[in-house]
Design a protein around this ligand. Structure first.
Ligand code: GAL
Length: 697
C-alpha cells in the first residue's frame, strides 16, 4: 500500500512541470561542478591537423570545444549555398575524443558577397563614414535586411545540428554590443520605437523630453533625429530614449536569433551569448530568449591591479563582480572566454604571474558558474590576433604556461568532483550575510549625463560598497528591479537617481517585513525620464528615509570635507549631502567642517521590522561605506569577516574557495572543522585555498 502511494506520488511528480530554474539546472548536473572547454577554429588550420589538436585538447582534460562564431564565409561561401561538410568533420572528430561542441551563429562576421551586394547593412558613423569589410562587427543590428539574412543562415544551422547530440548548446553572435548606427534605417527604427513608446502621440514625447526647453518642440515623429554626440547640450531625455533604443536593438536581435533556433533545436541544447561585462550598455542580461548568459573576461592587459604584482594578477574585483552580476539572471551562468595567457590588444601585455590563470579559473568557479571556456586553444599565426596566447603555442603542439595552468585546474576539479556531496549545506554565517546591490544601467546613463562633478563615477561609487561586502566574505547578488528583495537581509541601492512610486512601495514593503535598506547619495531625485520631481529635492523618498534633503556640495579635487561617525573622521570630496532628519530618525554622522558644520550626513531609522539607512556621502577611500555596513550587520548580530584588499572568498556546493590577488601572503582564517582540499592556509599571491565545509560556522 505504502509503495503504491509512493509510486503514485512519483508519477504525479513526473507530470508536474519542472519549472524554469530546474530545467536550466538540468543542462549542467551539479555533480559535474563545472565544465572546461576551449575555442577551436578548424577554418584556421590544415585539415590534417584537426584530429591531432582535438585529441590533445581532450587529453589535457577539456570536456568541450567551441566552433564557428566567425565562420559565415565558410558556412555559406555564396549566397544560398551552404557548406557544412567541414563542420560535420570537425564535430565528428570532437565527438571521437569525447568533446561536446558549442556551435555559434556567425553574425559578427558577414561574408563579403553580402556586404558588397548590400552595403546598406554596414554601420554608419556620426561623421558619415561607413565601416567596411576587413574587420568584424561591421553590420548593423538596425538593418532589417541584415537581421532577415542572418536568420536564414541560423535556420539552416538549426536544421542541420538542432538534434545532434554531440552539440550541447549555442552561442549567438560574438560579444554582441550596443553600437550607434547613424544610417537612415536606424533612424526609421528609432522613430518607430518612439511612436510605439509614446502611443503615436507627439505631445507625449514632447512632455517626456521636456522639449519646451530651448524651443525643441516637435510636431511630428518624422522630425525627430538621433541626439548627435557633436551637438552641444544634448537633450538628456532624448539621449536616455536613444540609449534605450540602441540597447534594445542589440537585445532584440539576439532574441530574434534565439527564436529562430528554438524552432529547430532540441530542448537538450541550450542557447546563450557571450557578453563583455559592460554593465552600462544596457543589453547584457536583457535578452529574454536566452537560457542563460555567459561573459568574457580578460585580466592582465595593462591595468595596475594592487601591489607590485598587481599588473600580473589583475584587478581582484573584475571576476567576482561579473559573477555576481551574471548569476542572478538565471541561476545558471558561465564564462565563455577566459584569458589563457598574454593577450595582444592591451596597453601593455605583460606576462601573467605564475598561477594567475589558475587563480582566475578558481575565481570564476567560486561564483557558482557551470562552465568556463578559454579563448583559444591554438595561438594564431595570422590575422589581427598574432601574439595572443592560446593553450597551445605557435608550433601547434606545446602547451603554453597558461595551458598547463588550465590543465592543473581541470585535474583539481576532477579531484573535487569525488568530494562532492549533494547534501552539503553552506555555513549559516555566510548565508546571513547575503546582500543585494540594486542596479540599473538606466541610472548610470542619467547620472553620467549630468555628473555635476567631473570626478563623479557611478561605477566607483558602487564599487566602494561592493569591495566592502567582499572584504566581509558576504555573498552578493547584483540585481535589477523585479527580483524578490525579501531573500536578502540587506539591500543596497547606491546612487539610485530615478525612482517611481512602485519602486518606493517595493522598498517600503521590504523594510516593513524586516529588510535593511541602504540608500545613498543622489537617490530618489528623478522620475524614469530623468526629470526632477516637482517636489522638494528627493521629496519622493523623504517619507521612507525619514529625512529631508537639505543640500549637496563638492570639494575641489585636492581638498576634502570631513564628517564624523562614532568618533571617527572620514574625508570626502566628490559628493556630500546635508540632511534634515524627522523626529525619530537617528543621525549616524555629521559634517565637522565647512560652513554647514553640524549638518547630518548619514541617517538611520527603524520602519516596521526593518531599517532604512541613508548615506549622503561618497567617501574618498571607501572606509566610510565599509564602516556604515559594518554597523548595520553588527546591529543585526551578523558576523562579518575582515579580509584584506585583494583577498575574497565564496562557498558553493559545500566547498569554500579563497583567493589572493594581493602581492602578500595571507593566512586565511579557516573555519574550525574545515578540511583543506587544495592549497595551504597561508595563501600566496595568486594562490588559491579550497576546503570542504563541514557544515559548521
Ligand atoms: C574577445 C573576442 C574574441 C577575441 C578575444 C581576444 O573580446 O570575443 O573573439 O577577439 O577578445 O582576446
Amino acid at each position: 500500500m505504502r509503495q503504491k502511494l509512493l509510486m503514485a506520488v512519483f508519477a504525479l511528480l513526473l507530470f508536474i512541470p519542472s519549472g524554469f530554474a530546474k530545467e536550466k539546472r538540468e543542462y549542467f548536473p551539479k555533480k559535474d561542478l563545472t565544465l572546461v572547454g576551449a575555442y577551436y577554429y578548424p577554418e584556421h588550420w590544415d585539415e590534417n591537423q584537426w584530429e591531432r589538436d582535438l585529441k590533445k585538447m581532450s587529453e589535457m582534460g577539456f570536456e568541450f570545444t567551441h566552433f564557428g562564431e566567425f565562420a559565415w564565409t565558410q558556412l555559406e561561401p555564396e549566397e544560398g549555398r551552404y557548406d557544412f561538410s567541414w563542420l560535420d568533420k570537425a564535430i565528428t572528430l570532437a565527438a571521437k575524443y569525447n568533446l561536446k561542441v558549442i556551435l555559434c551563429t556567425s553574425t559578427a562576421t558577414p561574408p563579403v558577397w553580402l556586404t558588397r551586394a548590400h552595403p546598406e547593412i554596414l554601420i554608419k558613423n556620426e561623421n558619415g563614414t561607413t565601416v567596411d569589410h576587413g574587420a568584424r562587427q561591421h553590420a548593423s543590428f538596425s538593418s532589417t535586411f541584415y537581421r532577415d539574412y542572418s536568420k536564414k543562415m541560423i535556420a539552416e544551422l538549426g536544421k542541420r545540428y538542432g538534434n545532434d547530440k554531440r552539440v550541447m548548446g549555442w552561442q549567438l553572435d560574438n560579444e554582441p554590443g550596443v553600437r550607434q548606427d547613424y544610417n537612415k534605417e536606424a533612424l526609421n527604427r528609432f522613430r518607430s520605437f518612439l511612436k510605439n513608446k509614446y502611443d503615436n502621440t507627439i505631445s507625449a514625447l514632447n512632455k517626456a523630453w521636456g522639449t519646451a526647453f530651448w524651443s525643441q518642440v516637435y510636431t511630428s515623429f518624422e522630425q525627430v533625429t538621433f541626439p548627435l554626440p557633436s551637438n552641444w547640450g544634448q537633450n538628456p531625455h532624448q539621449l536616455l530614449d536613444w540609449k534605450r533604443f540602441c540597447a534594445h536593438e542589440s537585445a532584440s536581435f539576439i532574441d530574434e536569433q534565439a527564436e529562430v533556433l528554438k524552432k529547430y533545436v532540441s530542448p537538450d541544447q541550450w542557447i546563450t551569448s557571450n557578453y563583455i561585462p559592460d554593465y552600462t550598455a544596457g543589453h547584457f542580461g536583457q535578452s529574454q530568449q536566452l537560457d542563460f548568459n555567459t561573459y568574457t573576461r580578460y585580466m592582465v592587459y595593462g591595468d595596475p591591479g594592487i601591489g607590485e604584482l598587481g599588473f600580473r594578477i589583475g584587478d581582484p574585483m573584475r571576476i567576482p563582480f561579473a559573477n555576481d552580476f551574471t548569476r542572478p539572471f538565471d541561476g545558471v551562468y558561465g564564462v565563455m572566454e577566459l584569458q589563457p595567457g598574454q593577450v595582444n590588444w592591451g596597453t601593455r601585455n605583460s606576462m601573467p604571474y605564475p598561477g594567475a590563470v589558475r587563480l582566475w579559473l578558481w575565481s570564476v568557479f567560486a561564483g557558482g558558474s557551470d562552465l568556463t571556456c578559454t579563448y583559444r586553444f591554438r595561438q594564431p599565426l595570422f590575422g589581427d590576433e598574432q601574439f595572443h596566447h592560446g593553450i597551445i603555442g605557435t608550433d601547434g603542439v606545446t602547451p603554453s604556461r597558461g595551458g598547463l595552468e588550465f590543465q592543473t585546474f581541470i585535474q583539481e576539479i576532477a579531484q573535487l568532483r569525488k568530494e562532492y556531496n549533494p547534501k552539503a549545506t553552506l555555513p549559516t554565517d555566510y548565508l546571513e550575510r547575503k546582500t543585494a546591490i540594486l542596479y540599473t544601467h538606466e541610472n548610470v546613463w542619467s547620472l553620467e549625463k549630468r555628473k555635476l562633478n567631473d570626478s563623479w563615477s557611478t561605477e566607483n561609487h558602487i564599487q566602494k560598497y561592493y569591495k566592502a561586502l567582499k572584504s566581509f566574505g558576504a555573498p552578493v547578488d547584483i540585481i535589477y528591479e523585479g527580483k524578490d528583495f525579501t531573500q536578502y537581509p540587506v539591500l543596497i541601492a547606491p546612487a539610485y537617481e530615478m525612482v517611481d512610486d512602485s519602486l518606493i512601495t517595493a522598498w517600503t514593503n521590504y523594510v516593513k517585513q524586516g529588510g535593511h535598506l541602504i540608500l545613498t547619495v543622489r537617490s530618489g531625485l528623478k522620475d524614469r525620464m530623468s526629470q526632477l520631481y516637482e517636489l522638494p529635492m528627493a521629496g519622493k523618498i523623504a517619507p521612507l528615509i525619514g529625512a529631508a534633503y537639505d543640500f549637496h556640495d563638492f570639494m575641489p579635487a585636492n581638498e576634502s570635507g570631513h564628517i564624523e561617525m562614532e568618533g571617527q573622521k572620514y574625508a570626502w570630496s566628490i559628493w556630500g549631502e546635508g540632511l534634515i532628519p524627522e523626529q525619530g530618525t537617528e543621525v549616524w554622522a555629521k559634517h565637522v567642517d565647512q560652513f554647514y558644520k553640524g549638518s547630518p550626513a548619514i541617517t538611520h531609522r527603524k520602519l516596521g521590522k526593518g531599517t532604512v539607512t541613508y548615506v549622503g556621502i561618497d567617501s574618498q577611500d571607501g572606509k566610510l561605506e565599509a564602516d556604515v555596513l559594518k554597523r548595520i550587520y553588527a546591529q543585526n548580530s551578523t558576523p562579518v569577516m575582515n579580509l584584506p584588499e585583494g583577498v575574497w572568498m565564496e562557498y558553493r556546493d559545500g566547498f569554500g574557495i579563497a583567493v589572493n590577488y594581493s602581492s602578500k601572503n595571507y593566512a586565511f582564517p579557516l573555519p574550525a572543522k574545515a578540511t583543506v582540499l587544495i592549497g595551504t592556509q597561508t595563501i600566496e599571491p595568486a594562490g588559491v585555498l579550497v576546503w570542504k565545509n563541514n557544515g559548521e560556522k
